[in-house]
Write a protein that binds this ligand. Structure first.
Ligand SMILES: [Zn+2]
Length: 134
């Protein structure tokens, strides 16, 4: 890995069908990529660099990684990766997915005529917290 990527994955070899697999059906080989930003070089037909895309598997899409942004330089892409470390994440104790915390809640759930504030995994539906609203 070129040192210019500063420890972030640059053009990683992702598992097969990484960007075309429903999150709740991902095999174990995809598991290591939850919450990890990586950089993908976009090139034109002549191999000239067009941009560096930063992506992360974080539940932002149901079947693929999420685009965190793009930069004209590798340094710019590294900055996007570094900034993404500030995102609040939710780690599911059931399926071990790491998703953006805002996708997990808190949200309001109506159940048997009562309202609850819940935090739940958007990948497997595991309810991490559930509190009756007053
Ligand atoms: Zn889960």
């Amino acid at each position: 890995m070129p040192s210019a990527a500063k420890g972030f994955h640059l053009d990683p070899r992702l598992p097969m069908r990484f960007d075309s697999t429903p999150n709740n059906k991902r095999p174990a080989s995809h598991g290591n990529w939850w919450g990890i930003p990586y950089i993908v070089t976009r090139r034109d037909d002549n191999g000239e660099v067009l941009a560096f895309n930063v992506r992360r598997l974080d539940g932002g899409a149901w079947d693929r990684s999420t685009s965190l942004g793009q930069a004209e330089t590798l340094e710019g892409a590294v900055e996007i990766c570094q900034r993404s470390a500030d995102d609040e994440m939710f780690e599911c104790n059931a399926c071990h997915a790491t998703i953006m915390a805002r996708y997990a809640g808190p949200m309001t759930l109506l159940e048997d005529g009562e309202y609850y504030t819940v935090t739940m995994c958007s990948v497997c539906g595991f309810v991490a917290s559930k509190e009756k609203q007053s």
